[in-house]
Design a protein around this ligand. Structure first.
Ligand SMILES: [Zn+2]
Ligand SMILES: [Zn+2]
Ligand SMILES: [Zn+2]
Length: 103
């Protein structure tokens, strides 16, 4: 089953939120369409809190969800290493769950 979600990185506008390439550049995450197809079960990306942006501050896509703001995660078990936060103490993605918070 596929689910259509709004692109988190550009907020559904289809435009590059940071104008990195040129003023007319389109969002690389959704290819300018503003929406993304993801396989179910879709869960909000805990690493970027669903924003699709890298929480480490760089103006790039979240390294866990790739800018989608959601991930396909089968499990409902919170990761015991990061307590479901998806982050290690250094702010990097948890090595056990890969930043998804569930495993
Ligand atoms: Zn987009
Ligand atoms: Zn993310
Ligand atoms: Zn974890």
């Amino acid at each position: 089953m596929m689910k259509i979600i709004k692109c988190a990185f550009c907020g559904g506008t289809g435009k590059d939120p940071f104008d990195l390439l040129s003023p007319i550049s389109h969002c690389l995450v959704c290819n300018g369409t503003g929406s993304i197809e993801l396989a179910e079960p879709v869960k909000k990306c805990v690493f970027c809190s669903g924003s699709g942006k890298n929480p480490l501050g760089a103006r790039v896509t979240c390294i866990v969800c790739g800018g989608k703001g959601c991930n396909t995660i089968e499990s409902n078990m919170a990761c015991q290493q990061c307590n479901g936060k998806g982050k290690s103490s250094d702010g990097l993605p948890c090595t056990r769950c890969g930043g998804k918070g569930l495993n």
